[in-house]
Design a protein around this ligand. Structure first.
Ligand code: SAM
Length: 431
């Protein structure tokens, strides 16, 4: 299929559980074919919550005076990484912060270098827009990857929601990161005010065009101390007629999974996380659980082949235990992130920020996190859940499979950061 806005929008318009599950299954198969059936576990350390930006949706925005601000010094960052690495040999540490001009770039470079020498892990940065000199310094210190979501490709929406930067500046930073040899990640927030299917289609096409090594689709979670969160809270009481923006919708789990699935079909080689925000939304929206049980049973995952063929009305229980399971299970009681791992996503992030800081990094309410013994419990339960779904945890750092980093490189193909399958992959739109 030609990757046009209308075709992508049609793929997102699944109207009904069966078409949705077919889309998730297609995405899961594409994921297994391109990046394998295993799940990458990443550890994230949120080391500073200072931010000079004033994004209308984010709890860390500079105007939010209710936030108690903190910075972990480089030693604390390294200690947190090493402590987490003792619990589990994470292949990647993600160092994330607000856009903190008060954090000396040299300090972050030191932390990166020491994490690289103390562990075998890769380092991903997620620290926002910074000058070339800083990006270069961190790259030379050993940073491997950088995640910078463009959030929305709609320039008007971007301008309204991110008044302290511009869409052009953000896209310019993504190009600079690419030029410096980072594995680059980008993506969007889903469920922003004014977003519709066409707008999200454009976002996904921009992700494909950028040929990003990581693509993140996170649902919007309202934060009560932000303008957008307040608008969501008030929207039942007042019509925001005079407001520049329509009220924000909270996206549901199914819409998020559909978008992740289409992102997978458009960017097969990308690493796509099952985001923390999805886990949070999944606890608030229960309308996906019955369908989840059916999808899990239907996929069976076994070797990533995906299979269904279960006649749900049949009384003949001899064909497959999975079919029995599909008939018997009416509700999935787990975390929506695991369902995303059967709908195109292949990465799970665990928050290993030390407890004393964790509650202050509140982008949105309801984020889980763990350290110490608690972390061992979280890692074990993540591994257990991944296995229960027929998958395993990927070994190694979890670099992009694209050249020059991954399998394609090992086979001697030079694809210059392109996604060869991307152009060939058919985005199947069921009618
Ligand atoms: N400062 C860095 C940056 O701008 O990329 C990293 C930190 S920023 C807080 C990380 C991500 O949080 C953003 O890219 C945004 O997508 C997400 N985020 C912020 N507020 C959110 C909300 N209310 N709901 C969902 N995601 C949100």
């Amino acid at each position: 299929m030609v990757k046009t806005e209308s075709k992508v929008a049609a793929a997102l318009d699944t109207s009904g559980p069966d078409r949705e599950m077919a889309l998730w299954a297609d995405a899961h198969r594409a994921r297994v074919a391109a990046v394998g059936p295993c799940v990458h576990l990443r550890a994230i350390i949120e080391f500073s919550n200072y931010c000079r930006q004033d994004c209308l949706y984010c709890g860390l925005r500079r105007s939010n005076a209710k936030v108690a601000r903190y910075r972990m010094d480089p030693d604390e960052i390294v200690e947190a990484a090493v402590a987490a690495w003792r619990v589990h040999k994470f292949g990647t540490f993600v160092l994330q912060s607000g856009e903190d001009p008060g954090y000396p770039p040299e300090d972050l470079a030191r932390a990166i270098g020491r994490i690289k020498t103390s562990t075998n892990a890769a380092v991903t940065l997620s620290v926002g827009e910074a000058p070339d000199a800083d990006y270069r310094l961190w790259r030379e210190a050993g940073a491997d990857r950088f995640l910078l979501k463009f959030e929305t490709s709609d320039p008007d929406l971007f301008a309204a929601l991110k008044p302290t930067t511009t869409f052009a500046a953000r896209m310019g930073r993504l190009l600079a990161l690419r030029d410096m040899g980072y594995q680059v990640g980008s993506g969007i927030i889903l469920g922003l005010p004014g977003q519709d299917r066409i707008s999200v289609s454009r976002d996904l096409l921009l992700c494909a065009e950028g040929e990003y090594e990581m693509v993140s689709i996170g649902p919007f979670v309202p934060h009560p101390d932000t303008p957008l969160g307040r608008r969501v809270r008030d929207q039942g009481q007042t019509q925001a007629s005079a407001a520049a923006l329509a009220p924000a919708r909270t996206p549901n789990v199914r819409a998020t999974l559909n978008t992740i699935a289409v992102a997978r079909l458009l960017t097969p080689m990308a690493h796509i996380p099952a985001t923390t925000a999805l886990g949070v939304v999944g606890r608030q929206d229960g309308a996906w659980r019955g369908q989840a049980a059916r999808h899990i049973a239907a996929m069976g995952v076994v070797g990533g082949t995906g299979r269904d063929g279960c006649d749900r009305d049949s009384q003949d229980h001899t064909n497959s235990p999975l079919c029995d399971s599909a008939r018997e299970h009416t509700e999935y009681s787990g975390d929506a992130r695991y369902l995303a791992l059967l709908a195109g996503a292949n990465v799970l992030m665990l928050d290993v920020t030390p407890r004393e800081y964790r509650n202050y990094y509140e982008i949105y309410p309801g984020k889980p996190g763990a350290d110490g013994d608690e972390l061992a419990g979280s890692v074990n339960s993540a591994i257990r859940e991944i296995r229960r779904l027929g998958m395993s945890v990927c070994p190694g750092r979890g670099d992009s499979p694209k050249a020059p980093w991954g399998r394609a490189a090992q086979k001697g193909e030079h694809i210059g950061g392109r996604q060869p399958r991307c152009r060939e992959m058919e985005l199947s739109v069921r009618s």
